[in-house]
Design a protein around this ligand. Structure first.
Ligand code: AMP
Length: 292
């Protein structure tokens, strides 16, 4: 296991990154909310393959939660996270509180921090179901980029709409390169998520229906089906025992809040559903044209 530096304030993290860059090292950044699992480790491993040094941020960002109880019960385990990150090859992990990340806003609160524009991909689906979510994501991601000035930053395909938002933020700043890492899944297909630890045994069983629905829609797409409504019906047919927030298909290259009338080349199915009190999301490329 490698050694990892633990920093508990944003200012020290900024200095560490500045020194690393000044020494001529390329720097990979992996932003996370902690409660880390093998999915996060796969991002860190991808980052270690492409960069001299890898830094991970852990911050349960209150700006991106529209539901206070969801924020409250989000799992937290900084020491455990550091162990997993050392194992995966990260060089430094840092955290801070809202005031530490936004030190230029005196007594910063969720309401007083100016938001960064998340761009057109924030429209619809997660953006429609979680008020202000992507503004909160864009704001913290821009701040993490400014603090660490990474060469590359790594995000999971699991949060597909988020990757489009993050690409918009990076285009605006002119850096870093954004890398999207394939979704890591349990053996039965369930996408790994920090929230899975909140599921009881019955909920864990029901949660499988999300990935099952996505893989069924991909089969249908591969058999030639291109009508979004028929693909959506296939998703819904498999989403059993969960409360569906949305089950939709989008063209990732022509993102819109509305369902496309027809699909030609690229297609991605995206689902969000509540299993009891736990909200889960997942998505899958239906076409074989993209990398992720
Ligand atoms: P989170 O801690 O949930 O904010 O996730 C931090 C990063 O890890 C995000 O870029 C996520 O998309 C990514 N991530 C979370 N779960 C997975 C997974 N199962 N596979 C790949 N990446 C993931």
């Amino acid at each position: 296991m490698g050694t990892i530096q633990l920093l508990r304030d944003a200012r020290s993290a900024r200095d560490w990154c500045a020194e690393t860059r000044a020494a001529g090292h390329s720097l990979g950044l992996v932003p996370t909310m902690g409660a880390l699992h093998a999915g996060h480790a796969s991002l860190v491993e991808a980052a270690t393959r492409e960069n001299d040094r890898v830094v991970v941020s852990v911050f349960v960002n209150p700006l991106q939660f529209d539901d206070p109880s969801d924020l409250e019960k989000y799992p937290r385990d900084f020491e455990g996270d550091a162990e997993l990150l050392a194992e995966a090859g990260a060089d430094m992990v840092f955290t801070d509180d809202l005031q530490g990340f936004f030190a230029e806003v005196p007594g910063a609160t969720v309401d007083s921090i100016p938001r960064v524009d998340p761009g057109p991909a924030a429209a619809g689906l997660e953006g429609a179901h979680r008020n202000g979510h992507f503004e909160g994501v864009a704001t913290i991601v821009a701040r993490l980029f400014e603090l660490t000035e990474p060469t590359r930053a790594y995000f999971g395909e699991k949060d597909y709409q988020q990757t489009l938002v993050v690409e918009h933020v990076a285009r605006g700043l002119g850096f870093p390169e954004i890398r999207v890492v394939e979704t890591s899944r349990e053996a039965d297909g369930l996408a790994r998520s920090s929230r899975n630890t909140l599921l009881d045994a019955a909920g864990r069983e029901r949660a499988i229906s999300l990935s099952r629905a996505l893989f069924a829609a991909r089969e249908l797409f591969r058999s030639g089906e291109r009508h979004p409504l028929n693909l959506r019906a296939e998703l819904l047919r498999h989403l059993e025992g969960v409360e569906v927030d949305y089950a939709e298909v989008r063209d990732p290259e022509a993102w819109s809040a509305e369902r496309p009338v027809h699909l030609q080349g690229r297609a991605r199915a995206l689902v969000a559903a509540r299993v009891g009190a736990v909200r889960l999301i997942d998505n899958l490329a239906l076409d074989d044209l993209g990398k992720c």
